[in-house]
Ligand binder design. Structure first.
Ligand SMILES: [Zn+2]
Length: 462
């Protein structure tokens, strides 16, 4: 029983039983043998759900060296950091760089990386997640010379250059998922009041799904995980883990035809699933909206990122019932670079939030961790302030009120546009804050999270 909590401005007590909210009101009092949590007037809100993260990448990033802005901004610092990590690695250990951006030193190939580190395998991930750059030792270890795969970039004589485009599947052999502890990420998330997250990777395999289920069954991972998976994957709901929408990656260099994309959408719907289409450019979202229309959407299909959403299609997004799953944190984390690099027309439509909501379009948020920072409260602040790290305003018309920013993380896993509420019969996934809601909304800091409860059990806090 949680006593003396503030819920929507009311003082209430809440009884949790059988993983659910059982009773709620001002007349609920503890019985002998009940565990009692005194909220001391702090607000109780539904546990946050981060609608877009990459679990495996987040775990790997924890053991990686950051090689991009703001920590690394030029070739000298790149060389220094990479050489240092390589000198500390054992010969068979991969050195893994993350967060790279071409503003540091172009797009290094294997030969350039060999000059910095040649005795250990090196792989560096572009911060977009779409490109890996390997040194020769890494190329050899993965046997790329003999791999027939268009993800492997080759020079004119057919040798792999070390660049792998959208080829995460080729790097599986470099990762040892069995050695990763999925619970580590759950602990991080729970510290932010997050009770569930959606793993938005496009290539989540059966083995990956099994690994997550095993991690929850062993008790190491204690938050809910909604897992995007390719079309044809079985619909599973197992304890804390559930099958999510069909993730569709788009790439402007190789866009599918309208019919092809519409077929995928229809196929997903036929499986009783939604689609989650990666849309970071104008062309991608226009194509996606056309495909959703052609396939017929009954609502809940997702636009991931929605980096550029032209206002002319707001009406169509609304009538399709589509949800834009945005990353407000990018305004803070990447905004200064956007102001330099993104052309004027796109800047006006960049990571829209407030104006989409005003147009009636559903919007939810995910941090895109580890490509974005994992703290959803930082994302909420960015949604409210719309300022870059250096303090420049970016899309002031997209600002939202603090409560609306919080609500971006309060949707259902499978229907991010539907707000969860704390009411009898709802899952006991809760975030207990250390102060009344109005005070917490004033600074939107993760420090206000006092306790995180998943299925009635505390997973973070006293
Ligand atoms: Zn992502």
């Amino acid at each position: 029983v949680i006593v003396d909590a503030e819920l929507r401005g009311r003082k209430v007590s809440v009884r949790l039983a059988d993983r659910l909210v059982a009773e709620l009101g001002d007349d609920v009092s503890p019985r002998p043998g009940d565990d009692v949590i005194d909220a001391r007037g702090g607000a109780l809100v539904p546990g946050l759900h981060d609608h877009h993260v990459h679990l495996r990448a987040a775990l790997a990033a924890a053991g990686s060296v950051r090689l991009g802005p703001p920590e690394v901004t030029g070739p000298d610092e790149l060389r220094r950091r990479l050489a240092k990590s390589a000198s500390q690695a054992r010969p068979w250990e991969w050195v893994r760089g993350v967060g790279y951006h071409e503003s540091v030193s172009g797009l290094p190939d294997r030969w350039m990386l060999d000059e910095i580190a040649h005795h250990v395998p090196v792989r560096i991930q572009h911060r977009s997640g779409a490109l890996w750059m390997l040194n020769s030792r890494g190329v050899d270890l993965l046997g790329l010379a003999d791999v027939v795969d268009e993800a492997v970039e080759r020079d004119q004589s057919g040798r792999p250059t070390g660049r792998i485009w959208r080829g995460d599947h080729l790097l599986r052999r470099a990762d040892a998922p069995r050695d990763m502890d999925a619970g580590e990420f759950g602990v991080t998330e729970a510290s932010y009041g997050v009770t569930g997250f959606t793993d938005a990777s496009a290539d989540n395999s059966d083995a990956h799904f099994r690994w997550i289920v095993d991690s929850t069954e062993s008790g190491s991972l204690r938050t809910r995980v909604h897992v995007m998976r390719p079309i044809g994957s079985p619909l599973v709901r197992s304890g804390l883990v559930s099958t999510g929408p069909v993730k569709v990656l788009l790439d402007d260099q190789a866009l599918p035809g309208l019919d092809e994309l519409a077929d995928i959408v229809a196929g997903a719907h036929g499986e009783g699933r939604k689609v989650a289409v990666h849309c970071v450019t104008r062309a991608q979202i226009v194509l996606t909206v056309a495909a959703l229309k052609a396939a017929g959407s009954s609502g809940g299909d997702r636009i991931e990122h929605g980096s550029v959403v032209p206002r002319a299609i707001d009406r169509e997004l609304l009538s399709l019932g589509a949800v834009v799953v945005t990353q407000p944190n990018f305004v803070d984390e990447r905004g200064d670079r956007y102001l330099v690099e993104v052309d004027e027309e796109d800047l006006a439509d960049l990571y829209r939030c407030g104006s989409l909501l005003e147009a009636g379009v559903s919007v939810a948020a995910g941090t895109d961790a580890p490509f974005g920072g994992a703290d959803p409260w930082a994302a909420m602040r960015a949604a409210v302030e719309r300022r870059t790290r250096a303090g420049s305003p970016l899309g002031c018309g997209e600002r939202v009120a603090a409560m609306r920013a919080l609500e971006l993380f309060l949707g259902e896993a499978d229907r991010p546009e539907r707000q969860r509420t704390i009411s009898p019969g709802a899952a006991a996934d809760l975030c207990l804050l250390s102060a009344p809601l109005e005070a917490v909304l004033g600074d939107l800091s993760a420090e206000a999270v006092r306790m995180t409860i998943v299925g009635g059990s505390p997973v973070h806090g006293e």
